[in-house]
Write a protein that binds this ligand. Structure first.
Ligand SMILES: [Zn+2]
Length: 417
């Protein structure tokens, strides 16, 4: 199973927007760019919404049928580890092995020594043409990399072999993610992490490092675009070199998590990909749920009331809802509108506050982030919420497609400078 050059993580909290998301990929196809969908839903999300991995498979298959989608598609067991991977074995053909929690755990001394010994020959690869942030790698550097990442790499090996044993190595796509780590990985560290993964026999096709800067949920990148650009370009060089040096899968590419709405980065990512003829995997799960709310608000009547109610409840339960997302949101509570006031808003006011249009003075990124983590409130509404999705299917679908195509796909894959 070989993942295509361009893929996009089309998460879907409630499993109703698959077809609308596929329509955006079909629009890209009409413009000559092939992007395949990967339905990603993490264990965390399943727990909060109260769904099972089989539900994601069911929604994906249904959307593919409805839109008559002819290309490949995948269902991702997103951010799994050994403790929960078994739940996903039947329904998934893509596995994101999350080993961020194992970074910094100590591998045995002997293992670290063996790592340094086997990696020593690769220090000669630096300086690597085009990589300016690290020009030299010493034995001490290797020891430091081993101490920090070897345990995590070995954990990835354990999860990978477990899946391979159950499904057969040729029947799934593996991604390794360290994006929820505390510190970014440098391009040179990435090179040796890939070397160690190759030694463990992990045939990964995508890797999600933690990049410099903040990738907050549902809003634009926070950090130095210039620094990110250098790091991203160097990561691409390192990956191309690692594929040859360690005989890794030829389609190995970067995966950008919390990748939706990073509008200030898309042009630089696009240029870097073009320059190096590189592929990309971009995860955009939560942005679609917000389009559901925009659609409901725009529909007016009961739809608008449901959207207002979800905000009021989220506002009153802010601590609880933000907890699982602590490291990936940044809400200034003093900037949140009073629920009473939101109650008096019309469709346009609600939609303008929520829609990610930075040139609209009514856009409120704090309101947006709170609603981003507020999907639990909608999940608790149960049938009442799902019926609203069915009833307002058309207007929501329009927003979902437009958001994915106009604001994401166009600027990442289609615009030319
Ligand atoms: Zn992630």
């Amino acid at each position: 199973m070989t993942l295509e050059k361009y893929s996009i993580g089309v998460g879907d909290r409630f499993g109703h927007q698959g077809a609308a998301q596929l329509r955006a990929l079909q629009q890209a196809d009409e413009r000559g760019v092939k992007i395949v969908p990967v339905w990603n839903k993490s264990f965390r999300e399943h727990t909060i919404v109260g769904t099972q991995p089989a539900d994601t498979r069911h929604a994906a298959d249904g959307a593919v049928k409805e839109r008559d989608w002819k290309n490949s598609y995948y269902v991702d067991a997103d951010h799994i580890g050994l403790k929960n991977v078994d739940l996903f074995l039947d329904s998934s053909n893509f596995f994101t092995l999350d080993v961020a929690d194992f970074i910094g755990k100590a591998a045995e001394e002997g293992e670290i020594a063996a790592f340094v010994k086997s990696m020593a020959k690769y220090t000669a690869e630096f300086p690597l043409s085009g990589v300016r942030t690290t020009t030299r790698v010493t034995e001490e550097d290797l020891t430091a990399i081993g101490k920090k990442y070897l345990f995590a790499v070995k954990e990835a090996g354990r999860i990978y072999r477990h899946i391979a044993e159950k499904k057969g190595a040729e029947n799934f796509v593996a991604e390794v993610s360290t994006d929820e780590a505390n510190e970014p990985q440098t391009p040179a560290q990435l090179f040796f992490i890939l070397a160690a993964l190759a030694e463990e026999g992990v045939r990964l096709q995508t890797i999600a490092p933690k990049f410099t800067g903040s990738f907050l949920k549902g809003i634009d990148y926070v950090g130095s675009v210039e620094k990110f650009t250098t790091e991203f370009e160097e990561d691409l060089l390192v990956i191309a070199h690692a594929i040859k040096t360690f005989d890794l899968p030829k389609n190995l590419k970067l995966s950008v998590h919390s990748g939706s709405d990073k509008f200030s980065l898309y042009p630089v990512i696009r240029r870097a990909m073009q320059k190096q003829n590189a592929g990309l995997h971009l995860k955009t799960a939560g942005t679609t749920w917000l389009e559901e709310l925009i659609g409901l608000a725009s529909a007016g009547g009961e739809g608008l009331r449901v959207a207002q109610e979800i905000y009021a409840t989220a506002f009153s339960r802010i601590n609880e809802l933000c907890k699982p997302y602590e490291t990936v949101i940044n809400i200034d509570r003093s900037k949140l509108p009073d629920p009473q006031k939101v109650h008096s808003w019309g469709s346009d006011e609600y939609a303008s506050a929520l829609r990610h249009n930075q040139s609209d003075p009514k856009y409120n990124l704090h309101f947006r982030q709170l609603l981003h983590v507020g999907y639990k409130v909608a999940a608790e509404m149960g049938d009442r919420y799902l019926q609203m999705l069915v009833k307002n299917r058309e207007i929501i679908g329009r927003n979902v497609t437009e958001n994915l195509f106009d604001r994401h796909i166009k600027s990442l894959f289609l615009d030319s400078d």
